[in-house]
Design a protein around this ligand. Sequence first.
Ligand code: SF4
Length: 330
Amino acid sequence: MTQAEATPPTGKRVLLAKPRGYCAGVDRAVQTVEEALRLYGAPIYVRKEIVHNKHVVRTLEAEGAIFVEENEEVPEGATVIFSAHGVAPEVYEQARARSLKAIDATCPLVTKVHQEAKRFAAEDYDILLIGHEGHEEVIGTAGEAPEHIQLVDGPDGADKVTVRDPSKVVWLSQTTLSVDETLETVARLKTRLPLLQSPPSDDICYATSNRQHVVKEIAPECDVVLVVGSRNSSNSVRLVEVALDAGARAGHLVDFATEIDDAWLEGARTVGLTSGASVPDELVQDVLAHLAARGFADVEEVVTANERLTFSLPQELKRDMKAAAAAARA
Ligand code: SF4
């Protein structure tokens, strides 16, 4: 169904968004760490949070993953996994210099943006990268061609851009932005740069767009929208903003059900619920149980898309898994 149905006679209800939670890139990244732990044994080093979710990081830590900020914290010769957000080329070089065994869990949809950046830089374009300053994905993408890329952080950032040749400019973006705000930024850029070219295909990924789309559907009917996700998760933070822009009376981001303040539910009849792309569904189920205990037992799932995309594990890991399986058979 695409439309929420009428409020049930009991009054209180939950509109549960679908799609929500894990995307193909996050699933692959988490599986990469799990498989690496199985194959090589603990510890496995992971540069940055593999995905931006507290629960996922804590769970993998308990299984033997060690999260570090930079390659220099990894002992020489050890295995390091690069997170789903992608890294700049210099990070691979650092890993080589320390003889690290690097496994790249960058989401293929982030890699696609890296390839676009490299291609346009090779053609000597000025590249306007729409994204959030300091976000790991933006640092990684900008690192592909720092001399060609300028960051545009939101619509106001569009006014500060300067380019060499207004007929040779392209915009690219971070994969997890608000679709609507990005369109606004592009419109602002185009008032100054009418010949600005668009990316060859959407840079904002399917998972980000789908999760925003369903939240827009339910938000107008919601007294409060709860988004399960961590504060450093760009796509989760955007979901709260999108819900509020689309008419939800209130919106909150929580990592866990225990963070829900009962005051948020006072007087509410309809609660919207969704989760960011790095959130395992067990955390959403915890929130549903929490809400049911407070009278919100009627749950209606509002579905606007069915996602079937999956990504295979990184080549370097698959190769070692195959070799290990062959050795076990011999
Ligand atoms: S949110 Fe999109 S870009 Fe990021 S990991 Fe998921 S699919 Fe890939």
